[in-house]
Design a protein around this ligand. Structure first.
Ligand code: TYM
Length: 402
């Protein structure tokens, strides 16, 4: 029985690949998130948990929760149990600074983390893995550090509260208590295990092998003695897309051996490429994604030219058959970023039944995204170097739990 299950899983992994470096679906189809939950061994985020979030925070759950963008978790229920009893937690998320500009997919965990920080009134640490990208993307140390600071501006522009948020770059911060935890983690993970989890091979340089503990240890409060002194039992919740899960499977595996709590996770699906839902957006293909630096004209052109449509080939046929919403990218994008539930339902109904045409849906999407990117651009322009320094200063957070 066990063997059958293993064979089945191996067959699946030859079909779709989801890890921090590659996201691709089977035969150009869609990512099968149910299979992923089963394969990774995480839990589905169901309605009852979302209702609990609403009750505990006394506010409407974020669109990304209501619409199932965040769809999986590990021990999020335990975080809520503890919160209900009055025990707070801290949030941990991150960014690998591989490019100057973020695409809309990268913004998703940060927008959601901001909501969590506000709703639960908890502190947040944000890791900029400049070391990771230096090793994987063959960037120089200096260039990776520069990109980390540039990306920090985009992250700050999402609206985080400086009195509750610590942003750090690995090149600046790794050392002391953080490094001690890295060594503790590294001693618990064999080469075989790392090869199994991350797919490393003998051809990979040893820098890559040494990296996973760096992403693991922000999950432990003792890695931040200036923030959480004497709070070694504070639980950690990590919002991210499901591609980061391998790092935290490893972390959760070793945590009990070190006497630490396992971090909890809340994981999202991928904001898809314009061309369709078979993977996540690619930084190496600028036409696959909309960037926070795109102009209104870029956004309009990209949507009109590249956004895969589920509409029919001719107006007559479209009026007769309606659009296939399952594959339609404009509708998918609207379901991430159009806040108004009733307008979204209206568009889906009218378009799905052929009364609304692809051009009209694309026009509405262009408005929504242009407005969002414009807002982000203005917020980023207002982020000064002093603000970046303030977020990145190693300091206590005065209003952590208020
Ligand atoms: P990075 O820079 O590749 O991605 C940053 C965050 O964005 C998520 N993400 C997406 N979410 C939705 N749709 C997409 N198309 C999409 N593409 C990327 C990623 O899951 C991630 O949450 N190694 C990490 C940096 C990191 C980190 C962390 C991330 C360090 N510690 C803790 C999450 C949590 C990286 O390179 O992310």
């Amino acid at each position: 029985m066990e063997v059958d299950k293993k064979d089945e899983r191996e067959a699946e992994s030859s079909e779709q690949v989801v890890n921090p470096w590659e996201v691709s679906a089977k035969d150009g189809g869609k990512i099968d998130y149910d299979k992923l939950i089963d394969k990774f061994g995480c839990q589905r985020l169901d309605e009852s948990l979302i209702d609990r979030v609403q009750r505990l925070t006394s506010r409407q759950p974020h669109v990304f929760l209501r619409r199932g963008v965040f769809f999986a978790h590990r021990d999020f229920n335990e975080i809520l149990d503890a919160y209900e009893k009055g025990d707070k937690f801290y949030l941990y998320t991150g960014r690998g600074p591989s490019s100057e500009a973020l695409h809309l997919g990268h913004l998703i965990p940060f927008m959601f983390t901001k909501y969590l920080q506000e709703a639960f009134k908890v502190p947040l640490v944000i890791q900029l893995t400049d070391d990771e990208k230096c090793m994987w993307k063959n960037l120089s140390v200096e260039e990776s550090q520069r990109l980390a600071r540039e990306n920090a501006k985009d992250i700050i522009a999402c609206g985080f509260d400086v009195t509750k948020t610590f942003i750090f770059s690995d090149f600046d911060y790794v050392g002391g208590a953080f490094y001690k935890n890295m060594v503790r983690v590294a001693k618990c993970v064999t080469l075989n295990k790392a090869m199994g989890i991350f797919g490393f091979s003998g051809e990979d340089h040893i820098g890559k092998l040494s990296f996973p503990p760096v992403q693991a240890v922000p999950s432990f409060p003792s890695s931040f003695p200036h923030l959480f002194p004497g709070k070694d039992n504070l639980r950690c919740l990590i919002p991210c897309a499901i591609d980061q899960d391998p790092y935290f499977r490893m972390t959760r595996d070793v945590a009990p051996r070190l006497g630490y709590s396992k971090p909890a996770l809340i994981e999202s699906s991928f904001f898809p490429a314009l061309q369709g839902e078979n993977g996540k957006m690619s930084a190496s293909d600028p036409n696959s994604a909309i960037y926070v630096t795109d102009t209104a004209k870029d956004i309009k052109n990209k949507i009109n030219r590249y956004a895969f449509s589920g509409g029919q080939d001719s107006v007559e046929k479209h009026k007769e058959l309606g659009a296939n919403l399952e594959v339609d990218i404009p509708v998918k994008y609207l379901s991430f970023f159009l806040e108004d539930d009733s307008e979204l339902e209206h568009i889906k109904k009218e378009y799905g039944e052929g009364r609304m045409l692809t051009g009209e849906v694309k026009k509405r999407l262009t408005e929504v995204l242009t407005e969002m990117v414009e807002r982000h651009r203005r917020a980023r322009a207002a982020v000064t170097d002093e603000m970046v320094d303030a977020f990145m200063a190693v300091r206590p957070l005065p209003r952590m739990f208020e």
